[in-house]
Design a protein around this ligand. Structure first.
Ligand SMILES: *Cc1c(COP(=O)(O)O)cnc(C)c1O
Length: 403
């Protein structure tokens, strides 16, 4: 395969250009769209070549559980966008987190994680990895003192999502990275909500970036996938776990994600533009008590968010004011049930806008006390804003405008 670039002396391209061009290679047939290598194994010219490939003295593909050209193109494109030396693509976002921890931690090691991470990530750490001797402490996303005091001699990783789901709280990546490094630990940022278009954690001092490619990288709700990105040194054991344990990304999915990355810049801009317009409109509605969106000037960490992010992203949450005789949950459910256009689903990162009630879906396994402590009210509704015209989204939420 040869690189798609025309000039070997590669100039420094803008990020939008990298999203379209980076990582692409073409076969002898000269296809202009990346080829899908839907094959499990690769042939060798001789027994000696097979031995050299297996022994590692000759680079090249052996078996698609280890490497596959379509998956490699995806990895190289995403690595270029995140500014990472290396990317390891995985079967899902969850297996990216699993591969990261299994590659970099041993039994008895300790992880400090934000309490406000994806619910399944909490389950992975506290119900599964804990059974294998990993110690985990959950702390407040924004309180650096809590991170500091959670550190032990065995702390290997700090794990965070910013902005958080669903309340869009923002943590200072640079400050947290400094704290992690002083503790001899690595900072891992799950960058699923922002994508490299909006936030590049490695440039802010983080050591590892995690993605659920299932969300914005796909962008149209088709395939499951994930990725771990970082230095070659850190990614080597992560890749070692992947090729042995088999949490590999399918070549078909990698091919879909390659196409998704080509349009990531224009899509994320459109998601954010729609989100800001919707958030501003929501703030002005009589039946909305509070809006959570980092792009709003009223967001408590707006200034920090705008330093770290190029825009507010695509997730808007808000509290619905209950009418007389209504509970908070009734108010939220009534609004959700009154929609005709927006999809009622907990997924996000789709061209189709989605609406969900965190307290009874994504955060239903969290106890009512913990939900209250993290500020997730029963009146809270989350919208992952899609690419429809924003006026149609507003019209679908008309129940908010009548008092
Ligand atoms: C969806 C999601 C995951 C898990 O990704 P899957 O592809 O569903 O396994 C991890 N982190 C965040 C922030 C997510 O939104």
């Amino acid at each position: 395969m040869t690189k798609h670039q025309h000039h070997p002396e590669v100039p420094i391209y803008q990020a939008e250009t990298l999203a379209v061009r980076a990582g692409s290679e073409m076969t002898e047939f000269g296809e202009n769209s990346e080829a899908l290598f839907l094959n499990s194994s690769f042939r060798f010219k001789s027994a000696a070549q097979a031995a050299a490939r297996f022994g590692g003295s000759e680079p090249g593909n052996i078996y698609s559980r280890f490497t596959n050209p379509t998956v490699t193109m995806f990895q190289n494109k995403l690595a270029a966008l995140e500014g990472a030396e290396q990317c390891v693509a995985t079967s899902t976002g969850m297996s990216a987190i699993l591969a990261c921890v299994m590659g970099l931690c041993n039994a008895g090691d300790h992880v400090v994680a934000s309490r406000s991470i994806f619910g399944t990530s909490v389950q992975l750490f506290s119900n599964i990895l804990a059974r294998w001797g990993l110690q985990v402490t959950f702390v407040s996303l924004t309180n650096l003192d809590e991170w500091q005091s959670a550190v032990t001699v065995n702390t290997k990783l700090f794990f965070v999502e910013t902005p958080s789901n669903p309340l869009t709280e923002v943590c200072n990546i640079r400050a947290l990275a400094d704290l992690a490094h002083k503790a001899g630990a690595h900072l891992v940022v799950d960058n699923c909500f922002c994508t490299p278009v909006i936030q590049q954690p490695l440039a802010l001092g983080a050591d590892i970036v995690i993605h659920s490619a299932t969300k914005y990288i796909d962008g149209q709700g088709r395939c499951l996938g994930g990725a771990v990105l970082g230095s070659k040194v850190l990614m080597e054991p992560v890749y070692g776990f992947l090729r042995t344990a088999g949490v590999t990304m399918s070549a078909f999915n990698a091919w879909v994600f390659l196409k998704g990355l080509e349009t990531l810049y224009i899509r994320m801009d459109a998601h954010a533009k729609n989100s800001l317009a919707l958030a501003k409109w929501l703030e002005a509605q009589p039946n909305v008590a509070r809006v959570y969106y980092p792009g709003l000037v009223s967001h408590p960490q707006h200034a920090l968010a705008m330093q770290q992010q190029s825009n507010g992203g695509g997730i808007v949450s808000f509290e619905v004011k209950p009418k007389a005789g209504q509970t908070s949950q009734d108010a939220a459910w009534a609004l959700i049930d009154a929609t005709r256009l927006i999809s009622i689903t907990a997924n996000l990162g789709d061209a189709k806008s989605t609406i969900t009630h965190p307290a009874t879906t994504t955060h239903s396994r969290v106890t009512a006390e913990d939900r209250a402590a993290t500020g997730i009210d029963d009146s809270l509704v989350r919208i992952a804003v899609g690419l429809e015209h924003v006026d149609d989204l507003k019209a679908d939420l008309l129940a908010l405008t009548v008092s």
